[in-house]
Each structure stands twice: as structure tokens, then as C-alpha cells.
Design a protein around this ligand. Structure first.
Ligand code: HEC
Length: 242
């Protein structure tokens, strides 16, 4: 439930930022100071939600281990776009915030000639940044960008389909979890599959959290039969070969 709430807050934040950035563009175009003030307040709340929920998801490892992101160049592209967005925003606020204060005190506002137009151009530059952020987020959530390991030998076990769908984004096709950086390394750490079925099935159902990061629980996603199938696949494919 917690990851779902954090994800919802994150998406609401994105929606608010997109909406209010657009409203601010309109206000800047119309030389409308109360309009930019309203838009900036909305943007402020949206950004707190977006970044707050974002950092929460990232560092509390609600859904994916931290390395799932830090090992991915798409993540750093997203961070770069966010930094560009923030830098543009700081300059915009440096100019616009004094207008807001003067407006709040009912003082007259005298922007220098061309200032609205310049701010409008800067605000337009923020749109491609937002676009990059959203595209990166969508790509990452589908597991793109992580270096993929070579595929394992084909298997006829029913657990393979489960593994490919639910496990391999983190554990990787070769079961090594990118050298144990993103998820448990079934091949390199034989101690994992040496554990008895009962223990491993329990971990799969309830998830686990350890040195590498957090694995989400699968008990409510997979049936008992699927959980047993996927474990059989792990043992047959990545376990110590007799
Ligand atoms: C979001 C990433 C992610 C996904 C998806 C994922 N795992 Fe994991 N898994 C992890 C991490 C991280 C660990 C290691 C936790 C630690 O010890 O730090 C792990 C550990 C394990 C372990 C070893 C537990 C132990 O006793 O050491 C098993 C078994 C396992 N996963 C099975 C699965 C199966 C089966 C699936 C698919 C149904 C799956 N995992 C999907 C991240 C993931």
C-alpha cells in the first residue's frame, strides 16, 4: 500500500507541475502578475509532492533497490533534466518573486522592458525538461536502460514465464542481479539457493530487505503454484549443477 500511495503522490505532483507551468506561461504572456503568483503557488505545492514522494520512493527503496536507479544512465538523464529545470526555475524566481512580494503589499510593479518576454522564453525552455523527465520515468519503470545480462539457456519449466515477467528486471536474465548490485545474485552467491524451499518461498511471498536493497513481496501478485514454479526454475537454471 505504501508504495502505491507514494507513487500516486508522485504522479499528482507531476500533473500539478505540468498544469501550473502552463498557467504561468499564459500569465507571463499576458503580463499578468497575480496570475504568475497563483501559478507559482500551485507549482510550489506540486514540486514538494513530486520531489518529496520521489526522494521517499528512492531512498526508502519502497519499490526498487537504490542501485536499480543509480546503475541506470536513464536515471542520471532524468536527474540532469531535473537540475536544468530547477536552475531555470531559480533564475525565474529571482526575477518574479520580488514582483509577488510587491503585489502582495499592493505596491506597483515595474518590470524592466522586455522582462516578461524574457521570462516567458525561459519558462518555455522548462517544457522540454519536463518532457525528458516523464519519458525517462516511463522508460525506467519498464526496466529500460539497465545493462542486460546474456540470456540463460531456454527452459521448458513453467516458472520461466513467471521469472521473465516479474523477476528478471532486477535479478537479470542470468540470475546475477548485475553482480549482486541490483538484486540477489543466485549464481555468484550459492548460499541463497542452498536455503530450503520453505525459507525461499517465504521470502518470495513476503519480500525481503537487506544489504543489497529491498525486494517487494510477491504473495499477492503470484499464486502459490506460480511461486513454487518460479523457485523450481531458479533452482534448475541458476542452482549448483549436479
Ligand atoms: C524490484 C527488484 C526485484 C524484483 C522485481 C525481484 N527481486 Fe528478488 N531480490 C531483490 C533484492 C534487492 C534482493 C536482495 C535483498 C537483500 O538481501 O539485500 C532479492 C533477493 C531475492 C532472493 C534471495 C533471498 C535470500 O534469502 O537471500 C530470492 C529467492 C528472490 N529475490 C526471488 C525473487 C523472485 C522469485 C522474484 C520474481 C517473482 C524476484 N525475486 C523479483 C530485488 C528484486
Amino acid at each position: 500500500m505504501t508504495p502505491a500511495i507514494a507513487s500516486a503522490l508522485h504522479i499528482i505532483g507531476i500533473a500539478m507541475v505540468c498544469t501550473f507551468l502552463t498557467l504561468r506561461l499564459i500569465a507571463l504572456r499576458r503580463h499578468d502578475v497575480p496570475g504568475t503568483r497563483l501559478a507559482d503557488n500551485g507549482n510550489g505545492i506540486g514540486s514538494v509532492l513530486l520531489l518529496g514522494a520521489g526522494f521517499w520512493r528512492l531512498f526508502a527503496e519502497l519499490e526498487k533497490p537504490l542501485a536499480f536507479y543509480t546503475e541506470n544512465p536513464i536515471f542520471w538523464t532524468k536527474v540532469g533534466a531535473l537540475i536544468a529545470l530547477g536552475t531555470l526555475e531559480m533564475y525565474l524566481q529571482y526575477v518574479v518573486l520580488p514582483w509577488h512580494f510587491r503585489h502582495a503589499r499592493k505596491q506597483t510593479i515595474e518590470p524592466r522592458p522586455g522582462q516578461f518576454e524574457r521570462m516567458f522564453k525561459l519558462a518555455v525552455l522548462q517544457l522540454p525538461c519536463i518532457l525528458v523527465v516523464i519519458v525517462c520515468a516511463a522508460f525506467m519503470s519498464r526496466g529500460l536502460g539497465l545493462p542486460t545480462a546474456p540470456a540463460p539457456p531456454p527452459s521448458t519449466l513453467p516458472g520461466q514465464a513467471v521469472y521473465l515477467t516479474y523477476c528478471q528486471t532486477c535479478h537479470q536474465p542470468d540470475g546475477r542481479g548485475l553482480g549482486g548490485k541490483v538484486a540477489g545474485d543466485f549464481v555468484g552467491d550459492p548460499a541463497i539457493l542452498a536455503k530450503p524451499d520453505g525459507v525461499l518461498l517465504d521470502t518470495i511471498a513476503r519480500g525481503t530487505s537487506g544489504r543489497i536493497g529491498t525486494m517487494p513481496p510477491w504473495g499477492s501478485v503470484l499464486s502459490h503454484a506460480q511461486q513454487r514454479d518460479v523457485l523450481a526454475y531458479l533452482r534448475a537454471t541458476f542452482g549448483a549443477q549436479p
